[in-house]
Ligand binder design. Structure first.
Ligand code: AMP
Ligand code: MG
Length: 336
C-alpha cells in the first residue's frame, strides 16, 4: 500500500477514506493519532495490525462536539459533563460505560470506552468530514515513542496505512490525561497528561493517581487500564534517568559511567557538558512534554547507544513527562 501524505487542503479526501474504512493518521494537539471509524470493527482491527498493538489495549474514541458523547457512552455522569465543560476541547480522556454500537475491538474487549474531544482544528474537521467518531491510538508502531510530526508517522507507518495528514509539530507532545470515575466524587487518573491532578482537584472530592504511573507493575497484575502493562515510548537507545538535586552530581555520575556513544538529555538551564554530546528538552513540564518524544527520535537518528537524562519533577504537568521517561526506562532510575 502506498501511504499518501495529505496537505491540509486535502482533508475531504482523508475524511472519505476514514468513512470508507481506511486508516488515516492525523495531527492532534497531543500527538499524531492513527484514525479509523470507531464503529467499524474491521477498520479498527486494521489499526491493531498496522501498529502491532496488543488486542487488549483499548483505543480512545475522538469526537468533534459534546453531543457525540451520547453515541458512544451509555451513561454520562454529571461530573463528566462538568469536566467536559472545563477541559474540552482538549487533552482529557474520560473512560465511561460503552454503548453496544461501539464494537468491543475498539475498547480492547472492555465494557467501558475512553472518549476525548481534541482541540486541534484539523482533528475536529476530519471527524466532521468523516461523519463518524474516530478511534485513534498514537500513530507509532507499538512500543516506539509517540509521533509528534507527520515524518515520525511516515517513518513508522509508511506502506501500512492509507495516508497521513501533515499538520506540523504537535503542541503538547505527550498523550492525553486518561481518567475514570471510581464513584460520583472520585477521579482516578490512569495516565498523566498535561491536565494535572492539581487541575482536576476543584472538580471532585477525591482525585488520585494510579500507582502504576510511578512504578512497574507485575506482568500478571490486574490493572485499571490495560496500557499500563506494556513497555512504551522507548527509543532504540537505552534510556537512563538520573535523579539528583544538582547538575554537578549528575555530570560526575555520567562522566564516570559513560562509555561509547553516550549522550545527555539536559534541562535548558543546565551548563554545557564537557566532552559529551547532548540535547536539551526544556526546563518546565510543558516544555519537556513538548520535546521529549521528539528528542527520543532525534537521539536514535544520531545513533546514541545510551542516554543519561536529567529527571523531571513528579508534580503538576511534569508527572506526564516523568511517567513517559520511566516507562521508556523500564522504571529503572539512577539516584545520586
Ligand atoms: P493510546 O491510544 O496509545 O494513547 O492509548 C490509549 C490508552 O488509554 C490505553 O493504553 C489505555 O491505557 C487507556 N484507555 C483507553 N480506553 C480505556 C478504558 N476503557 N479503560 C481504561 N483505560 C483505557
Ligand atoms: Mg500510544
Amino acid at each position: 500500500m502506498k501511504t499518501k501524505l495529505f496537505r491540509l487542503n486535502e482533508l475531504p479526501v482523508a475524511g472519505e477514506l476514514i468513512a470508507n474504512g481506511e486508516l488515516v493518521a492525523f495531527p492532534t494537539e497531543t500527538v499524531y493519532g492513527l484514525g479509523a471509524d470507531a464503529r467499524n470493527a474491521d477498520a479498527v482491527r486494521a489499526i491493531f495490525t498496522a501498529k502491532g498493538r496488543p488486542a487488549d489495549n483499548p483505543l480512545i474514541v475522538h469526537i468533534a462536539d459534546f453531543e457525540m458523547i451520547y453515541e458512544i457512552a451509555s451513561e454520562v455522569p454529571e461530573i463528566a459533563v462538568r469536566l467536559a465543560k472545563a477541559f474540552w476541547a482538549g487533552p482529557l480522556t474520560m473512560v465511561l460505560p460503552k454503548r453496544p454500537e461501539i464494537p468491543s475491538v475498539t475498547s480492547g474487549g472492555l465494557d467501558t470506552v475512553g472518549i476525548r474531544m481534541p482541540s486541534h482544528p484539523v482533528a475536529q474537521e476530519l471527524i466532521r468530514l468523516a461523519g463518524c467518531p474516530i478511534a485513534a491510538p498514537s500513530a507509532n508502531r507499538s512500543g516506539k515513542p509517540s509521533p509528534t510530526t507527520a515524518k515520525h508517522v511516515m517513518d513508522d507507518m509508511e506502506g501500512r496505512i492509507a495516508g497521513v495528514i501533515d499538520g506540523g509539530l504537535c503542541e503538547v507532545g505527550v498523550e492525553s490525561t486518561v481518567i475514570c470515575f471510581d464513584d460520583a466524587e472520585t477521579i482516578h487518573i490512569l495516565r498523566p497528561g498535561i491536565i494535572s491532578e492539581e487541575d482536576l482537584q476543584p472538580f471532585a472530592k477525591n482525585v488520585y493517581v494510579d500507582k502504576a504511573v510511578y512504578s512497574q507493575i507485575a506482568p500478571d497484575a490486574k490493572v485499571a487500564s490495560p496500557g499500563m502493562k506494556y513497555k512504551h515510548y522507548a527509543p532504540k537507545a537505552k534510556i537512563l534517568p538520573v535523579e539528583t538535586d544538582s547538575f554537578s552530581k549528575f555530570m560526575d555520575y555520567v562522566q564516570s559511567h559513560a562509555d561509547n556513544n553516550a549522550w545527555c538529555l539536559l534541562f535548558d538551564s543546565d551548563p554545557k557538558p564537557e566532552n559529551l554530546p547532548f540535547m536539551r528538552y526544556g526546563d518546565d513540564g510543558r516544555e519537556q512534554a513538548h520535546f521529549l518524544f521528539l528528542r527520543f527520535r532525534e537521539l536514535d537518528e544520531h545513533g546514541a547507544d545510551t542516554v543519561y537524562v536529567r529527571c523531571p519533577r513528579k508534580d503538576g504537568t511534569s508527572l506526564s513527562v516523568y511517567n513517559r521517561l520511566m516507562r521508556a526506562a523500564g522504571f529503572e532510575v539512577i539516584t545520586v
